[in-house]
Ligand binder design. Structure first.
Ligand code: SF4
Length: 158
């Protein structure tokens, strides 16, 4: 029994963005499938989550960007997440991040591979809130919450 527990604790599961394993959960109902990430899930080495769906947002949904900062600023109440119709979806993004964190902690994940440039999942860059495809340095809301809770975040581009 103790050997089984030891083996399980050695098995480091990762959290991955669900769109990276081929789920059509993007705002436009498409995916960002990466074969290696799909393989990790098939092998039981990764657990897929889509924070925006976990936050209760529909698919498809209007694209959203962080206005006034990045994911850390959203968590601190200093920036908002706004969709391209002007709706404030900040609460949905925070709720999705919290649910994703709950899954990560329950699964014992210490690392996440998340989709770059997403307002939820971006880990190095996000869009700047002007809906002009302009990028800025920063992290998404879920990536920020993961980092604050000790989960290392990288992207599919690393
Ligand atoms: Fe992919 Fe993350 Fe966007 Fe969901 S929230 S579609 S997992 S990038």
């Amino acid at each position: 029994m103790s050997q089984i527990i030891e083996e399980r604790s050695d098995k480091k599961v990762k959290i991955v963005s669900a769109c990276l394993m081929g789920c059509q959960c993007r705002y436009d109902k498409k995916d960002n499938r990466v074969e290696q990430i799909e393989q990790l899930v098939k092998e039981g080495k990764a657990v897929p989550v889509c924070p925006e769906q976990l936050g209760g947002l529909p698919t498809p949904r209007p694209p959203a960007e962080i206005v006034g900062g990045d994911g850390f600023d959203v968590l601190d109440g200093k920036a908002r997440v706004i969709d391209d119709r002007g709706n404030d979806v900040t609460a949905d993004f925070i709720q999705g991040a919290q649910q994703a964190l709950r899954i990560a902690q329950t699964a014992g994940a210490a690392e996440a591979v998340l989709k770059e440039r997403s307002p939820s999942c971006g880990s190095a860059a996000i869009y700047d809130g002007t809906f002009s495809k302009t990028k800025r340095t920063g992290v998404g809301v879920t990536a920020a919450l993961f980092i604050r809770n000790g989960i290392a975040v990288t992207s599919e581009e690393n």
